[in-house]
Design a protein around this ligand. Sequence first.
Ligand SMILES: Nc1ncnc2c1ncn2[C@@H]1O[C@H](COP(=O)(O)OP(=O)(O)OP(=O)(O)O)[C@@H](O)[C@H]1O
Length: 139
Amino acid sequence: MGDAATEGLRPRTGQDMKSGNSLFKSFGYAAQGVKSASGERNFKVDCVAAVLAFALCALLQVPLWGWAAVAVCIGVQLAMETMNTALEAVVDLASPGLHPLAKRAKDCAAGAALITACASIVVAGIVYVPALLKLAGVS
Ligand SMILES: Nc1ncnc2c1ncn2[C@@H]1O[C@H](COP(=O)(O)OP(=O)(O)OP(=O)(O)O)[C@@H](O)[C@H]1O
């Protein structure tokens, strides 16, 4: 019976060792990683925020550079959530019980995602406020 945590795992065969992973297979494993992380609550929240951010770009007629800045922020945030999920898995594997270093590692990983989220809010202000003022005819 398959366990969600070990799903997709299989023993490496001699053929694997000889040929290594093809580029195509590597993309497949990376996609599995994103799929796995996408089940996390924060990842889903970020996806909803991403849709709203792009909708706001369209609504406020943000210039192309603003769309690019928003896209970069979304990409960085989703990558950070994926890395956070990876770190949580490694910590749970290495330290199933409570340990101050496990706490430190998880808190720091979560803190990294918080930093990029705060930076995204600053970028949102820089992109949306001038667009809103322009649309309102203030500037
Ligand atoms: N093995 C552990 N030892 C000590 N403290 C831990 C341990 N595991 C988790 N913690 C503490 O509990 C907090 C929450 O950990 P948890 O694994 O539930 O992540 P989470 O915040 O729920 O992450 P997410 O919401 O992304 O799933 C950690 O930030 C850490 O402070």
